[in-house]
Design a protein around this ligand. Structure first.
Ligand code: APR
Length: 248
């Protein structure tokens, strides 16, 4: 657990910053009921990651979709709500000191919390893209009881609009991330192992001091992190909001 002194220091750093960038991973959404990928309770302990391998998807679209529907649409689509940590970042943006969130998450929770500048580095589960004509439509427009879902324009197989293993990062996401990191005067990293490239390299693209929030040390803690707050994302958000006079 982080100390009172560490929270005081983090709040001072946030209060003095004017161009904060946040970089988030699955850990920020755990308390919204969305499991992480790694770790004992992680998705990859229950599902074979091949379901998100592009080659496997094209060869076995129905099998891939059955797992994808269970993981990303049955629960996440229906129930997940933003938590205090998502709201904390949205409030910092409203206050004018945070210039953007770069997220590895595909759950749309930053936007639902009110964040406006959100770079979805791994895409989003909120839209489906046709693998033939590239048409994009909200997943809510499709009946996922029939798998794989088909494009209403060309009958091509639809794929969630997030980055599969073996797929490249959307160029726009790269550009926007580099722009934000180039301007940052403080980096807040929440809930990521820092194990998945190329996203894992982003915190090294800025010299801004870095505050890290995680329940356990990550790849960054020993060499990149300036102030490590070992706590759950919502606990840290509330401690910081209290010190900064922010309503969550
Ligand atoms: N608060 C803060 N951090 C937490 C919490 C919490 N309540 N619970 C777990 N964490 C931390 C874990 O300690 C771990 O460091 O969140 C991190 C989750 O790690 P991963 O599951 O590896 O998620 P992430 O780093 O976002 O994965 C990156 O991998 O599978 C791909 O595309 C997928 O975007 C994902 C990428």
């Amino acid at each position: 657990m982080a100390t009172k002194g560490q929270y005081d220091e983090a709040a001072r750093m946030i209060d003095e910053a004017r161009r904060i960038v946040a970089f988030t991973g699955a850990g920020i959404s755990v308390e919204s009921g969305i499991p992480t990928f790694r770790g004992a309770e992680g998705l990859w302990s229950r599902y074979d990651p091949k379901i998100l391998d592009l080659g496997y998807f094209f060869a076995h679209p129905r099998e891939s979709w059955e797992a994808i529907r269970e993981i990303f649409y049955d629960y996440m689509g229906a129930n997940a709500r933003p938590n205090a940590a998502h709201r904390f970042l949205a409030r910092l943006e409203e206050a004018g000191s945070l210039i953007g969130v770069i997220t590895q998450n595909i759950d749309n929770l930053h936007q639902e919390a009110g964040s406006r500048t959100v770079v979805e580095f791994h895409g989003t589960a909120w839209t489906l893209v046709c693998t033939e004509c590239r048409d994009r439509t909200p997943f809510t427009e499709h009946d996922l009881s029939e798998l794989p879902p088909r494009c209403t324009r060309c009958f091509g197989v639809l794929k969630p609009d997030f980055v599969f293993f073996g797929e490249s990062i959307p160029p726009e996401a790269w550009r926007e991330s580099e722009r934000l990191l180039g301007e940052a005067d403080l980096l807040i990293v929440v809930g990521t192992t820092g194990e998945v490239a190329p996203a894992s390299m982003l915190p090294y693209q800025t010299r801004a001091p870095m505050i890290e929030i995680n329940v356990e040390p990550s790849r960054y803690t020993a060499d990149r992190t300036d102030l490590y707050l070992e706590d759950k994302a919502t606990v840290a958000a509330r401690e910081l909001a209290k010190r900064l006079g922010i309503e969550l």
